[in-house]
Design a protein around this ligand. Structure first.
Ligand SMILES: CC(C)(COP(=O)(O)OP(=O)(O)OC[C@H]1O[C@@H](n2cnc3c(N)ncnc32)[C@H](O)[C@@H]1OP(=O)(O)O)[C@@H](O)C(=O)NCCC(=O)NCCS
Length: 185
C-alpha cells in the first residue's frame, strides 16, 4: 500500500518530499567526506547516485515501506531524515538523518527528527523506532539521547568502509518513551 509523503513544519524547518531540484544539493551533501565521516558507506562520487536515491524515495513511497524527507531552512536544502523498513506487522521502522555541516550545532537534527517521529507515532501507529550509529559519532549519539532513545547494545565490527572497521550502537525508542518531550532531556 502506498504511503503519502507528508510535509511537516517546525519552528525553524520544513520537512517535505524530495524533488528533482534536490539532486545537486543532495549530491553535494552525500559526497562530502567530512559529513560522511561516520556513515556506513563511502561518499558518493557520481551524480547518478543522487538520481538513484530520489528514485528510491519515490519507490519507497509507492511500496509503502518508508519515507525520506528533505529538510529546508529558510527555503534552502540543509539535509534529510528518513524512516525506512517500516513494518506494519511489527509496528517498527528505522531512522536515518544527515545534515550539511553548516547546519550542525543549532539543534536542527533534533528538531527535524522530533517532527518526523511525532508524525510517525501518530500516523503510522509505530511502537518502535530503531537507529544505529557509529560508536564514535558523538553528535548523533547525543541527538538520539535527546530524543529519548535508549542505547540497547553494540554491534561489533558492524561496518567496513574503505577498509576501516567500526562498531555501531543500536538505539531504540518505544512509543511509551515518546510520551516525554525532547526539551525535557
Ligand atoms: C549527527 C548530526 C545529524 C547532528 O546534527 P545537529 O543538527 O548538529 O544536531 P543537534 O544540534 O540537534 O544536536 C547535536 C548534539 O550533539 C552535541 N555534540 C556535537 N558534537 C559533539 C561531540 N563531538 N561530542 C559530544 N557531543 C557533541 C551537541 O552539543 C548537541 O547536544 P546538546 O544540544 O546537548 O548541546 C550531524 O552532525 C550530521 O548530519 N552528521 C553527518 C551525518 C550523520 O552522521 N548522521 C547520523 C548517522 S546515524
Amino acid at each position: 500500500m502506498a504511503l503519502a509523503t507528508p510535509t511537516l513544519r517546525t519552528a525553524r524547518l520544513e520537512l517535505r518530499p524530495f524533488t528533482d531540484a534536490d539532486t545537486g544539493p543532495l549530491f553535494a551533501l552525500q559526497s562530502n567526506a567530512d559529513v560522511l565521516r561516520y556513515w556506513d558507506a563511502p561518499p558518493w562520487t557520481d551524480l547518478s547516485r543522487a538520481e538513484r536515491f530520489l528514485a528510491a524515495c519515490r519507490q519507497m513511497a509507492d511500496d509503502g515501506t518508508g519515507i525520506r524527507l528533505a529538510v529546508d531552512r529558510d527555503g534552502t536544502f540543509v539535509g534529510w531524515c528518513a524512516l525506512t523498513r517500516w513494518s506494519p506487522d511489527h509496528r517498527s521502522a528505522s531512522l536515518t538523518y544527515c545534515l550539511e555541516q553548516s547546519a550542525w550545532g543549532h539543534g536542527f537534527a533534533t528538531e527535524a527528527v522530533s517532527a518526523l517521529l511525532s508524525w510517525a507515532f501518530g500516523t503510522l501507529d509505530l511502537n518502535r523506532v530503531q537507529a544505529e550509529t557509529d560508536t564514535r559519532n558523538l553528535a548523533s549519539v547525543r541527538v538520539l539521547e535527546k530524543l529519548g532513545f535508549l542505547r540497547e547494545g553494540t554491534l561489533r565490527e558492524d561496518c567496513i568502509v574503505n577498509g576501516e572497521v567500526s562498531d555501531s550502537f543500536v538505539f531504540g525508542l518505544l512509543r511509551r518513551d515518546w510520551a516525554f518531550p525532547p526539551r525535557n532531556r
